[in-house]
Design a protein around this ligand. Structure first.
Ligand code: DLL
Length: 435
């Protein structure tokens, strides 16, 4: 069976018993093997034997990205390097990268999670899969590559970029499944339109997109333009990469691979656990990873969790689509603003392309948000008066829905650099010390 029905559909009580067993093993393992955790537990007066329930997670310290940076490259490793068979890394935008080492068992665990992701998205062994995630240190390329191979698909490892060649191969090979970031999917769709290739009439049927926040209207846009089902993948290097959570046919929340990851939601201001259903910061503890287990890792991703009976039969918790990252949150006129909110509003309007950037500037003491968005060709060519009218309409739409005043800067089609990986949505022009 390519998906793991035993675990994916396990009655919740039994699943939680399994989680507790693995949780205790992990705590014991890091307390013995990782000086960083050994010292932290000692400082807080925690002994592995104190962990008696899943709720006891709340007694444990959090792990943050800076801890990984401070312990770069391998000081959080729980195994000797001779037992590490692969290292991925994430570059980050500042400072040192963080590393993701794997034992062979970790790679097998990851591959299994990827197979679950593919299966739930409706991908089958006879499919031809084009993998346009970056191959290399980034976990997207190799993670999906392993899963597709294990499932028995025909894999085409194009990597990201060279968009025309992506389209040619998609057409020539009769590709059924496309893997890339949602923003790159949009780039591919747009380039195909320019080349007069009708992606909608090609055999490509499913996309599995992730690695960056994207809204439901963006999903619909991609589905419409490519004539595919746009499914989703979620994950992060610190926890092994994609495969942490995945979409099922409902496209209504991502199932978390709970036999491998214990999820919590906390209030990012107080760090107190929040009840099921409330929106906050997502925290994960890995349950079966050996090379670099993570205890209560702060993802900075904002979402909520729900335990519901899903029509797909899976009992795994669902996380809502990620709303944004705590570090992407802007405060404009005292209102918390996430780029995803602006994206949803822009996609409501027919006059603009789904290509935008948010520029944050300082005006006096206040932060000012400039929404730069591409006009549709016909709007742009209709002249200045029409452009001003559309800018006014966008301002009004944002003010009406979010209560904030923004400046709108309508730009010519193709003005904004196209993404091949994670799109750059926010450009912060404020002086560093004032952010
Ligand atoms: O982006 C792993 C990945 C590869 C996931 C391919 C899905 C597909 P990192 O580069 O370490 O790992 O970035 C992790 O990306 O904390 C989120 O902020 C964001 N992210 C990942 N998937 C999603 C998603 C990979 N589906 C960070 N929706 C995470 C929103 C996502 N944000």
């Amino acid at each position: 069976m390519p998906w793991n029905k035993e675990f994916e559909c396990m009655p919740v009580e039994k699943l939680q018993k399994f989680q507790l067993e693995k949780f205790k093993e992990t705590i014991e393992w890091v307390a013995q093997k990782v000086p960083f955790y050994k010292n932290k537990f000692k400082e807080m007066g925690i002994k592995p034997g104190d962990i008696k329930s899943l709720e006891d997670a709340a007694k444990l310290p959090f792990t943050i990205k800076e801890d990984l940076r401070d312990n770069y490259p391998f000081d959080l490793c729980a195994v000797p390097l001779k037992d590490v068979v692969r290292v991925h890394a994430s570059s980050g935008t500042t400072g040192k990268p963080i590393t993701g080492p794997y034992t062979q068992a970790d790679l097998d665990q990851w591959t299994e999670c990827m197979v679950r992701n593919f299966w739930a998205a409706g991908v089958r062994p006879e499919d031809i899969v084009q993998n346009a995630y970056g191959h290399g240190l980034f976990t997207g390329g190799l993670g999906f590559h392993q899963g597709a191979g294990k499932l028995g698909c025909t894999t085409v490892p194009t990597g990201a970029g060279l968009t025309e060649r992506q389209i040619t191969l998609m057409k020539d090979f009769g590709v059924n499944v496309l893997l890339c970031t949602p923003s790159y999917a949009l780039t591919i769709a747009e380039r195909a339109e320019e080349l007069k290739v009708d992606v909608r009439s090609l055999p490509v049927r499913v996309g599995i997109f992730g690695a960056e926040p994207w809204t439901v209207p963006m999903r619909r846009e991609i589905e419409e333009r490519m004539g595919i089902k746009a499914m989703e993948a979620y994950g992060l290097t610190e926890l092994g990469g994609p495969g942490v959570a995945f979409d099922c046919k409902e496209q209504n929340g991502l199932h978390i691979n709970e036999d491998h990851y214990l999820a919590e939601i906390v209030d990012p201001a107080t760090m107190e656990p929040l009840p099921m259903g409330e929106k906050g910061e997502l925290i994960f503890t890995s349950l079966q990873r050996r090379a670099m287990p993570m205890i209560r890792y702060r993802t900075k991703d904002i979402t909520s969790l729900s335990r519901e009976t899903c029509s797909c039969g899976r009992t795994f918790l669902k996380m809502r689509k990620v709303f944004g990252r705590t570090d992407d949150m802007l405060i404009i006129s005292g209102v918390n603003v996430f780029p995803s909110q602006i994206e949803s509003l822009l996609l409501d309007l027919d006059e603009v392309e789904p290509q935008y950037r948010l520029i944050v500037r300082k005006k006096g003491y206040l932060d000012q948000l400039v929404v730069q968005v591409e006009a549709k060709r016909e709007v742009y060519e209709a002249g200045k008066e029409k452009q001003l009218e559309v800018e006014g309409k966008i301002m009004g739409h944002i003010k009406g829905n979010m209560g904030i005043s923004v400046e709108v800067n309508l730009v010519e089609p193709k003005f904004i650099a196209r993404s091949e990986g994670k799109a750059l949505r926010v450009v912060d022009e404020r002086p560093k010390q004032e952010r």
